[in-house]
Design a protein around this ligand. Structure first.
Ligand SMILES: Nc1ncnc2c1ncn2[C@@H]1O[C@H](COP(=O)(O)OP(=O)(O)OP(=O)(O)O)[C@@H](O)[C@H]1O
Ligand code: NI
Length: 318
């Protein structure tokens, strides 16, 4: 499906490794004949061994990107573009493959570990079940050693453990099959700073073992604190506003939205962004951030495509 009238802003070459999301567009039919423009023309390329953080305010479409990659969108969703993963020399086309790839090709770290674990079995039993289900070559003890989960806690039920501990176990389950891609959607949402940093370090461990990691988060403060992301993609109202090496995006943002997000952080002065993101039903086809902040330099001209080093961004500068 193509809803974008203009020529594609950039086409990421599809190569045989890592995760490639190319011109992903997702439209979800909504009430009274309306359509949610959940994702528009999103391209993200994640190399093996690296972490890309996808950031943006609530409702901008981050989770829908993840759900598309995991094949978990509602059947009514219309999906355009391409999502591929290099897996052992093959290219798996995630939007069209018939094979079951969740847990094998893509390891999923959930926002709330309770979506991964049921309350009625011990954590150890559930990791063992995952190992069987995905045909993992590892034992339970090998996996929990990787995430520093204590063996004596295997007999506990999820509710008997802290959120940080259960999230460790969830990561152990996610990496059981050494997946080439790991997708973590808000994996630190319910954690304090110490556990957040631990979980992010574990995701770095996944990357070190060769996975391409997509980390969805609204916690830009944690990205600044831990430098965990190699690249950062900034999403607003269903589109990528800018994408680039993390230090460039954090220290020298090119898009007004990125700058505004950073200025909203407590450590950067806590200047909340005025207004609200738009409803995603029946959006126009251009960048819409100037509608919220008309005083920014968007005004008066369409956003443009520029390339600096290996970044391809829409920018405020004509
Ligand atoms: N199953 C669905 N049916 C209809 N609309 C949906 C569905 N899932 C998501 N949406 C809509 O798609 C848009 C993007 O939602 P999404 O959950 O991806 O946002 P998000 O960036 O992940 O937000 P958050 O940070 O709060 O998790 C929202 O307008 C949301 O209401
Ligand atoms: Ni989300």
């Amino acid at each position: 499906m193509t809803t974008i009238a203009s020529t594609p802003l950039h086409v990421t070459p599809v190569v045989g490794t890592g995760l490639s999301i190319d011109a992903l567009t997702v439209r979800i039919p909504w009430r009274r004949g309306r359509t949610v423009h959940a994702v528009t023309d999103v391209s993200i390329r994640i190399e093996p061994g690296t972490i890309t953080a996808l950031v943006g305010e609530s409702g901008c479409g981050k989770s829908v990107v993840a759900l598309a990659a995991m094949g978990l969108l509602p059947p009514s969703a219309r999906i355009g573009g391409r999502i591929t993963v290099g897996d052992n020399g093959r290219i798996v086309d995630l939007l069209h493959t018939a094979e079951s790839f969740r847990g094998r090709t893509i390891g999923m770290v959930p926002q709330s570990p309770s979506t991964h674990f049921t309350p009625v079995h011990t954590v150890g039993a559930q990791i063992a079940e995952t190992i069987r289900a995905v045909g993992s070559p590892y034992s339970v003890s090998e996996l929990i050693r990787r995430v520093d989960f204590p063996a004596e806690a295997l007999d506990r039920y999820p509710h008997e453990l802290s959120g940080g501990m259960v999230q460790r176990a969830a990561i152990a389950a996610a990496i059981a099959a050494d997946p080439p891609v790991v997708i973590a959607d808000e994996p630190t949402a319910h954690l304090d700073q110490q556990h957040t940093d631990t979980v992010l370090a574990l995701l770095r461990g996944c990357a070190k073992r060769g996975s391409a990691v997509l980390l969805i988060t609204h916690d830009i403060g944690a990205l600044l604190r831990t430098s965990i992301a190699d690249r950062i993609a900034v999403m607003y109202a269903s589109r990528i506003m800018e994408e680039g090496p993390a230090e460039h995006v954090l220290e020298d943002p090119w898009h007004d939205y990125t700058a505004d997000l950073l200025n909203a952080l407590p450590e950067r002065g806590l200047h909340p962004i005025p207004g609200m993101p738009p409803e995603l039903t029946n959006l126009g086809d251009d960048c819409v951030y100037h509608l919220r902040r008309p005083e920014t330099q968007h005004l008066g001209g369409p956003t443009m495509l520029v390339t600096r080093e290996n970044r391809t961004v829409r920018t405020r500068r004509p």
